[in-house]
Design a protein around this ligand. Structure first.
Ligand code: SF4
Ligand code: SF4
Length: 91
């Protein structure tokens, strides 16, 4: 299930918001309570379900998020986007 525009898997991340405020992931929230996200904004302006379906994937913005020293996940979200994109092709 696609939970985020950038490929983050909220359940894997162990985010407490999942349970505390019943967060359904940024795909299902028009205005996230954590503030505006440029990746989410860009993806939605292009009417894409997630970044893996973008012809610019993986763009420098997405990579800067994925490989950020503090908030990043060493590219795991990019791999997740690829996985979602290939699942879509196979379905
Ligand atoms: S970084 Fe942006 S696109 Fe990724 S989960 Fe958070 S709000 Fe969504
Ligand atoms: S891959 Fe980059 S350009 Fe494409 S939708 Fe995501 S953030 Fe926007």
């Amino acid at each position: 299930m696609v939970e985020s525009r950038c490929g983050i898997l909220c359940s894997k991340l162990g985010c407490d918001k999942l349970f505390n405020v019943n967060c359904k992931g940024c795909v299902n929230i028009s205005k996230p309570f954590w503030g505006e996200c440029p990746v989410k904004k860009c993806c939605e302006e292009r009417h894409l379900e997630h970044c893996g379906l973008c012809f610019e994937f993986p763009c420098s913005l997405l990579k800067s998020f994925a490989y950020d020293k503090e908030q990043g996940d060493n590219g795991a979200r990019i791999c997740q986007c690829e996985k979602w994109a290939s699942e879509k092709v196979l379905s």
